[in-house]
Design a protein around this ligand. Structure first.
Ligand code: EPU
Length: 443
């Protein structure tokens, strides 16, 4: 373990640990028993960090997950002029950001293309500086992932946006103005981008068909604490009275509902019992009853959720992913790993992203019986999975493969650990504490 002195991420995030081995070797078949602390949510902390660009005052976030995406975003924010300081305390990692000066310079393409959330810099930098230049964002290769809703919304607010040569250039020399915007689909990112921009726009913005994901509600609450006038948080219509003076804020990042659901599935898959500290069942939406009907016992307890396998075992279940409160697409691959060892058959219909079944081939290498046609996968439960050499292709695929490996007989060697590190805070360490057997290595 240790940081290489030339790791560009280390300067912005001194807690970041690179060089921890290219592979995860997992010995499966051990029941997971113990306490697993659910970290702050990846998809909440990223927009929350970006919200610091709205104000010259200090924004402090607690319960920040120690993940690669946070390290990448910290580096991007520093390059925009944000001063960042870190502390590590009993409530986990905290960061304080000061954006008293923001330089709307063109950002490093290699950093921007490492994650999708970098698109959220567009609205806020544009609103703050009157212009923004951003390479096209990257992120997981799970579908087309257009930015047309983001661009159309900013144009409705008076921006001029040009897309040429893989670069987005947006200008609004006289500032943005409020607008009435209806999103064609409740896009999580477009809702966040327009919400952030609307806070600095002159006049009232209404975002209709807004995404209701809890991460968006968490962002709205932090913005309200900063002095933004927002009504409708948690609903599909957000009304933002822009251009109010903003203070700073101190905010605790909400717990990660995807990590909660994933580790609950791991407890059931290995026939163990895990107390998911800080886990909140209400954040799972309809994924909670679906997982329960599949044989994952979820029991609310003081300060968290207890998860184990039901006495009737894991049973095949049908899942359709949809926007919140529907079954989260980010839980689709972990659920598939669980259904791979269910009694009976399951179907999974992925309605959010076009290409989110890339983990199927890897699960098949472990003995899973899965057929895919278009956006639907049929999973026929098998008695057991068998360890194999597999590669993670996106964040949630990585988690699904860890889950499958924990339940499988024998050893699994998982490659593509950057994907796991992008979204899960010390997952291997936390699983080790629950009795898992795994090591990171270069072989
Ligand atoms: N879409 C467009 N045009 C747009 C925006 C979205 O066509 O301008 C489409 C997308 O291609 C997709 C659908 O709308 O088919 C939904 O995309 P959305 O904008 O809601 O997703 P996102 O903001 O890119 C976030 C999360 C994803 C999560 C989705 C859905 C972050 C950083 N990412 O992505 O998380 O799956 O919402 O809940 O918050 C992950 O964590 O592994 C992950 C991929």
């Amino acid at each position: 373990m240790g940081n290489s002195s030339n790791d560009p991420l280390f300067a912005a995030s001194p807690w970041w640990r690179s060089n921890r081995g290219a592979h995860l070797n997992i010995q499966g078949g051990r029941p997971l028993v113990g306490t697993y602390s659910v970290s702050g949510a990846k998809n909440a902390v990223l927009p929350l960090m970006i919200s610091a660009l709205l104000t010259p005052n200090l924004v402090t976030l607690h319960n920040v997950p120690a993940i690669l995406d946070v390290a990448v975003l910290s580096t991007l924010l520093e390059r925009l002029g944000v001063n960042i300081s870190w502390s590590d305390g009993p409530n986990g990692l905290s960061l304080t950001m000061c954006a008293d000066r923001v330089h709307p310079m063109q950002l490093d393409r290699t950093l921007v293309t490492r994650m999708r959330a970098s698109i959220l810099l567009l609205g806020v930098v544009l609103a703050r500086c009157g212009e923004a230049t951003l390479p096209m964002p990257g992120g997981d290769d799970i579908g087309l992932r257009g930015i047309d809703f983001h661009v159309a919304g900013l144009r409705a607010m008076g921006a001029t946006v040009d897309l040429a040569g893989g670069v987005i250039h947006a200008t609004a020399p006289n500032g943005l103005r409020g607008a009435d915007i209806r999103l064609p689909f409740p896009s999580v990112g477009a809702t966040q981008n327009l919400l952030l921009a609307a806070v600095l726009a002159k006049g009232t913005t209404v975002i209709r068909n807004a995404a209701r994901e809890p991460e968006n509600t968490d962002l709205a609450h932090c913005l309200i604490m900063m002095g933004a006038k927002i009504t409708g948080a948690g609903s599909d219509v957000l009304t933002i009275q822009g251009d109010n003076p903003l203070t700073g804020a101190v905010h605790t990042v909400m717990p990660d509902r995807i990590e909660l659901g994933t580790i609950a599935c791991a407890a059931a898959a290995t026939d163990g019992e895990i107390f998911l500290r800080h886990g909140r069942m209400d954040l799972l939406g309809t994924a909670a009853p679906v997982l329960i009907s599949a044989g994952v016992v979820l029991q609310e307890a003081a300060g968290g959720v207890i998860a184990r396998r039901s006495s009737s075992g894991i049973v095949g279940t049908d899942v359709v992913t949809s926007p919140y409160p529907g079954f989260a697409t980010d839980l689709q691959s972990p659920a598939m790993a669980l259904f791979a060892i269910a009694s009976g058959a399951s179907t999974i219909t992925e309605t959010i992203f076009e290409q989110r079944f890339r983990h199927v081939d890897e699960l098949r290498k472990m003995g899973a019986s899965i057929t895919v046609q278009g956006r639907m996968a049929w999973v026929r439960g098998v008695h057991r999975l068998i360890g194999a050499q597999v590669t993670a292709t996106d964040v949630r695929a990585a988690a699904a493969l860890v889950l499958a490996a924990l339940a499988a007989d024998g050893e699994t060697v998982l490659e593509g650990l950057d994907h796991l590190d992008r979204g899960y805070d010390r997952m291997a360490e936390k699983l080790l504490a629950c009795g898992a057997e795994m090591t990171r290595s270069d072989r």
